[in-house]
Design a protein around this ligand. Structure first.
Ligand code: ADP
Ligand code: MG
Length: 480
C-alpha cells in the first residue's frame, strides 16, 4: 500500500437488461445464438424503419434506480451518439444523454477488514448495446456478429469515490448481487452481459486536485478489475514520482501479462455529435408507474442481511454467505419460518446444501428440496432420533431421490438411533470386554475414560445408539 499517493477511481458499468426483445425493436435479445440471426431492418437502422420503446427495459431500469435510491427522471429523452465503427450497424447508438433515467443514489459496500463505505452514483442511463467484433477466429479477417446490437443496457456511472482495487471489487460484487436479486441482469462477466470500465488517476495524499485519468477496459472478471486497478495505479505513481507528465488515454488490460497497454489517446477525443433521436418520442415516466414498480420490488440483499443478523442472530459472515444469491436467501428464510433452530438451519444450507450443489455442479433451482423437508430433518436430529452424521447421509439421499420424508428415509437406510436398552447393553458389555484394564483405571478415578467406552459403543452400534441413554447406562455399569 502506498502511503504518499491516493488512488482515485470511478467506474462505468454496462449491464445488459434481461428482456425478451431488444431495446428499440422486437428482435429477440439472446446470447449464444447463431451469428447474425437476431436481426431485423429496425436493428440495422434501414431507411424507413422506426425504433420503439421496450417497456420492460424501462421498468427494469427504474427498478435499478429504486434499489440504489436514485431520483427517477420523468421526462426521458433519447439521443443519437454518432461514430463509425464496424460493430455499430446504424453508425450511431441510441442513448440517453442529458436526461439519464436515474440520477444520484448510492451503493453501500463492506471491505474485507469490516469497514463500511458508501459509493455515490452519478447517474444511470438507458442505451443500446453494439454488435461484437471477433478477432480470434479467422487468421485474415475480423468477423462481426450483430446479434448483440440493440440489446438494452443500463450504464451505471459512479462518482470518483472509489479508492482501491478492493473497493472496486466490493462495489462491483454488490451492484451485481443487487441486479441479480432484481432479475434485471444475469451479471455474467465472461459472456459480457456485465462489463466495467475503470477510470483511474492518482494524486498526492491530501491534495484536492484530481490527477490525469486513464480509462482501462477489457476486464472479464471482478478479480481482473482489481488487478488492473492495482497495476495501473502503481504505473501512474511511478510516473508521477519521476515527474513524468502523461496524457489522458484509454488502455486495455492484458490479463496474461498482468499489465495495461495503451489503446488510444484521449487527445483525439471523439466528437459524437449528439443530437436528439428524431424517431423516438420522449418517454414519460408517471408516478403511477413508479409506484407499481416499487410495490413489486423484491427484498434486497442488504435488507435480508439485516434480518438474518438481527432476527435470526446469525454472524455477519453467515448472513453474508446466505444472502449471496436470492434463491438461497429466500430458501433459508422459508425454513426459518417453520423451524426456529436458526443457526442449525444456516449450517445445513451453507455447509451441506452448498457442498452438494458444488459437488454436483447444480444451481439451487435445479435441486428439489422444500423448506419443510429440511426443517423435518433438523427436527429429528434435535429430537435425538438420528445422529448428525447419519443425517448427512439421509440428506444426500433425500436430494438424490427428490424425497420429502426424512424420517422414512432414515428408517429405510436403517439409520434411526436406538434407545433399545437390551441392544445398548450388549454393546456396553462388548466394550467392557475389550478394555478390561481401562475398566480398572476408570474405577480408580480416571472417569475421563468414559469417552473411550462411549466411542466403542457408538462404533459397535454403527452410530445409531442414542448417545444420551447410552452414556447414562454406561456410567451406571462402570460404577456398579
Ligand atoms: P468522460 O467524459 O471522460 O467519460 P466523465 O466525467 O463522464 O468522463 O467520467 C467518467 C467516469 O470517470 C466517472 O465514473 C467519473 O467518476 C470518473 N472520473 C472522472 N474524473 C476522474 C479522475 N480524475 N480520476 C478517476 N476517475 C475519474
Ligand atoms: Mg464516459
Amino acid at each position: 500500500m502506498n502511503t504518499e499517493y491516493e488512488v482515485v477511481i470511478g467506474l462505468e458499468i454496462h449491464a445488459q437488461l434481461l428482456t425478451k426483445s431488444k431495446a428499440f425493436s422486437s428482435d429477440r435479445a439472446e446470447y449464444g445464438e447463431h451469428p447474425n440471426t437476431l436481426l431485423s431492418p429496425v436493428s440495422l437502422g434501414h431507411p424507413g424503419t422506426l425504433p420503439f420503446h421496450n417497456e420492460e427495459a424501462v421498468e427494469k431500469s427504474i427498478k435499478v434506480g429504486l434499489a440504489f435510491g436514485s431520483e427517477i427522471e420523468r421526462f426521458n429523452k433519447y439521443s443519437r451518439k454518432n461514430y463509425f465503427y464496424a460493430d455499430l450497424p446504424k453508425g450511431y447508438q441510441i442513448t440517453q444523454f442529458d436526461t439519464p433515467i436515474c440520477k444520484g443514489g448510492k451503493v453501500n459496500i463492506k471491505l474485507s477488514d469490516g469497514t463500511r463505505k458508501s459509493i455515490g452514483l452519478t447517474r444511470a442511463h438507458m442505451e443500446e448495446d453494439t454488435g461484437k467484433s471477433i478477432h480470434d477466429q479467422d487468421a485474415e479477417s475480423s468477423l462481426i456478429d450483430y446479434n448483440r446490437a440493440g440489446t438494452p443496457l443500463i450504464e451505471i456511472v459512479t462518482e470518483p469515490e472509489i479508492r482501491s482495487g478492493e473497493e472496486a471489487y466490493q462495489f462491483l460484487s454488490e451492484v451485481r448481487k443487487v441486479l441479480r436479486y432484481l432479475d434485471v441482469c444475469d451479471g455474467n462477466m465472461e459472456e459480457g452481459s456485465f462489463r466495467c470500465d475503470c477510470n483511474i488517476s492518482v494524486r498526492p495524499k491530501g491534495s484536492e486536485k484530481f490527477g490525469t485519468k486513464v480509462e482501462v477496459k477489457n476486464m472479464n472478471s471482478m478479480s481482473n478489475v482489481k488487478r488492473a486497478i492495482e497495476f495501473e495505479a502503481e504505473r501512474q505513481i511511478e510516473l508521477v514520482k519521476k515527474g513524468i507528465v502523461f496524457n489522458s488515454e484509454t488502455r486495455s488490460f492484458d490479463a496474461l501479462n498482468n499489465r495495461t497497454i495503451s489503446m488510444r489517446s484521449k487527445e483525439m477525443v471523439n466528437d459524437y455529435r449528439y443530437f436528439p433521436e428524431p424517431d423516438l418520442p420522449p418517454l414519460v415516466v408517471t408516478d403511477e408507474m413508479i409506484r407499481k414498480i416499487a410495490e413489486d420490488m423484491p427484498a434486497l440483499p442488504e435488507e435480508m442481511f439485516l434480518k438474518f443478523t438481527n432476527e435470526y442472530g446469525l454472524s455477519e459472515y453467515d448472513a453474508g454467505v446466505l444472502t449471496e444469491t436470492k434463491a438461497l436467501a429466500l430458501f433459508y428464510e422459508e425454513v426459518c419460518k417453520i423451524n426456529n433452530n436458526f443457526k442449525s438451519v444456516a449450517n445445513w444450507v451453507m455447509v451441506h446444501l452448498k457442498a452438494y450443489m458444488n459437488e454436483k455442479a447444480l444451481d439451487f433451482e435445479e435441486i428439489s428440496l422444500n423448506a419443510k423437508t429440511l426443517s423435518d430433518l433438523i427436527k429429528i436430529i434435535d429430537d435425538g432420533k438420528i445422529s448428525h452424521s447419519a443425517a448427512q447421509k439421509v440428506f444426500t439421499e433425500l436430494l438424490e431421490r427428490g424425497a420429502s420424508d426424512p424420517l422414512l428415509v432414515a428408517g429405510e437406510l436403517n439409520l434411526l438411533q436406538t434407545g433399545d436398552s437390551d441392544l445398548i447393553s450388549e454393546f456396553i458389555e462388548a466394550a467392557i470386554l475389550k478394555y478390561p484394564d481401562k475398566v480398572e483405571a476408570y474405577k480408580s478415578g480416571k472417569t475421563g475414560l468414559l469417552g473411550l467406552f462411549m466411542g466403542e459403543v457408538m462404533k459397535l452400534s454403527g452410530g445409531k445408539a442414542d448417545p444420551k441413554s447410552a452414556s447414562e447406562m454406561l456410567r451406571q455399569r462402570l460404577e456398579s
